[in-house]
Structures are given as structure tokens and as C-alpha cells.
Design a protein around this ligand. Sequence first.
Ligand code: SF4
Ligand code: SF4
Length: 416
Amino acid sequence: MNIPLNKKAALLQISDQCVMCGMCAPHCPTYTKHHNEAESPRGRIALISALLQDKLPLSDQLKQHLDSCLSCRACEASCPSGVKYGELLDGIRAVQRAEEGASNPAKERLLKTLASGKTLRNSAKLIRLAQRSGTYALLSKGIERFIIEQPHISELLPVQLPARKNWDKQYPAIGEERGRISLFTGCVADICDQNTLQDAITLLTHIGFRVDIPTQQGCCGALHHHAGDTASSQQLAEANIEAFSDDEDQPIIHCATGCGAHLMEYRQQLNTPKANQFSIKVDEISHFLLSNGIQKLTFEPLNKPVSIHLPCTQRNVLKQSATPFELLELIPSLKSTPLAGNNHCCGAAGSYMLEQPQMAQQLRQDKLDALQQSQSQIVVSSNIGCAMYLAAGIRQQGLSVDVIHPISLLVRQLIH
Ligand code: SF4
Ligand code: SF4
């Protein structure tokens, strides 16, 4: 492979840190399903190392082993040697893309749609119109094929995309202002899940924060970065850094751990003082609320079992697995339990659910079975991608389970 020497050396330095102990294997969802070494973290690291040293060609089989990785980083979180697997995989994907160009037109279309707020909003308008007029079932194949170019996307979308509202630039604190935050609204969340964003505004203003919503913000670029599209992901990161640059000290709050994990890694990605300054201000909504006085609000009791789904980014990147449990403890009588199998990815994994539907569905089925066993009627998840993918599976199986963000459950129970 034709790899710049400094890039090759940096990636080899990461792969050389792997001592091949295999302790990550039981944490890897693809290894657990296949029991094939090439589908394990250790196997993939060995393949990447051989590729970097020109000991193996970039064959279709090798690509398949890399493509079937979920980028869930469970291996990284469990590795005693501190191997930065995520950086290695993203690095080799960028090399692969530079070598071969963009090889998947459908994925390119998706990345372009996400990067352009306008295209995303226009596509959503069309889908909303078709859903409202009752023609969506008829048009969905055409929409999937010609507009979004993703064969499984219709299954993922809510049955009725909510009407989109435009955000105000500012939402004043209720009562005395204690501080100000900037809210990151994301791309898909701002189309499919404005309720969660509204709930964040409700809780933040109730505990005395003014909420600012910078208008020039856009997609975080996580999917572009993990696809090796370095140019687009850098462009999106720089645009967001600029959009949030008005106030140097204002925390930047996100409501999706997938986006948040990437926002926090702008500093590694761009390695500039501005990116560093941006990333250190990023905080996850539940974590921020718990550290800033949510305890002073009162909530109606809820005498129902609630399952907590932990997204990979919350467990393995933010390392905040306890946060949703602590947050839901604020609701009297609520009995929260971890969803069985929380140590494994639900299969959503960015655009993985669209590209590797078979493996993704196997992993999701484990979650749906666990949900049925739990008999919970509510499951909370702090990441929009996981929530949409779980909700789609729940709909398909005809289960009666509500998938919501933990902060939305708090708002439902809030005593004003
Ligand atoms: S990635 Fe870490 S845990 Fe896995 S085999 Fe290598 S050193 Fe061991
Ligand atoms: S990122 Fe996840 S799927 Fe990929 S090798 Fe690591 S544990 Fe396995």
C-alpha cells in the first residue's frame, strides 16, 4: 500500500503495542458471534499490521474483516496494554480510502446528506409529506433507492417524522440565571428527535441555565471520520468549532453520546489549540445535569421497571456508565435495571446497521430478547442511533416498549 511514511509509522506504533494476549476477545461482539480469530480485535490488529508492512494485500476478504468491525471500542476499553484500537482502525480506513477512493456510492450519498444540513432537511420534508399523505408505504422504495440510496432506512425512521421546529437562539433561565450553556443539536437528532432536545432545554432552564443554540452548527462528522473521509470530517469539525466559538468558557452540551464522543475527540483529530479548547468544554447532558443541581427539582414517582441501555460510546469512550442510573434515581419508586448484555453493541454503530444488516440484526435481537425477558415497558438510551435502531426492532416485533432518552423520562415526571 502506498502510505505516507509518517502515517505508517504512527499506525505501526499503535499495532506494535498489542501483545496478542487475547483479553479483549470476549468483549468483542463479532468474535463472540463468529469465534473466528480474524473477526477478533487481536486478529484485526494482526491483519492491519501485516497490511502496513506489505505482508498482505488489501484483498476483499481482508476488507470484509475490517468492515465487519463495529468500531464499538469494547476491545480498547478492556485492553490492559492500552492499545488505541479506535485510532488504528480509523487510521487504516483513511489509508484505504486514500488508496482506493470512495468505493460505496450509497454510503457516499449518506455522508453527503448528513454533511449538508439543507439536503438532510429537504429529504426529511419529502418523507414527512409522504408519511402525512399516506403515500409513504407506496413511495418508500423509491425514496430509499433514489433519494437516500439506503435500502433499510425506511425501517429505521419513526412511523411519523415529527414536524420540525426552528430553535430560538436563546432560551432564558427560569428564575435567577446561574450560568449559560451552548446546546449541540446534531443532524439526525434535529430531524427525528427534537423532543429530547426540547427536554434538555426544559431541564437546563429549570436549574437556572440560559441555553444558547448556535445557528451555524452542523453534523459532528463522526460517520465521516469512521469511514476514513478525513477531508469532510475535518471540515465539519472546523465548522462546529467556529460555530461555538462565541463564548470561550461556555460548556457545550450534547444529548447523543455518539456525537459527543466524537466532539470530545476533535482535539486528537485536528490537534490545534482551538480544537483542544472546544473539546474540553464538551459535556454529556445527564452528566452535566447531575453535576449542576438537577437534584433540586422534584419528580412524580413512577412505579414501573425501566431498562437502561448503555451505548458503546457512553461505556467505552465517555466512560460514564453510571450516569443514567444516577439520573433515574431522582425519580421516586422507579426501579431501573441494566439491559442484559449491555457489554455488547446493539448493532446500530453509526451506519453499520445499514451496511452490515445481518450482523447488526443478530446483535439487536439479543437486546430485544433481553427486553422481553425484563418485561420493562420503557427502555432508556442516551444515543439517538441506538434508540432509533432499537425502536425499529421493537416496532417490527410488535412489542409494547417505549424507547426514550433518560432526560425525557425525567421531564415526563417533572413537577413544575
Ligand atoms: S488489543 Fe490489548 S487486550 Fe487485545 S490482544 Fe492486544 S494487547 Fe491484548
Ligand atoms: S471495535 Fe468492537 S467489533 Fe471492532 S474489534 Fe473492537 S470489540 Fe470487536
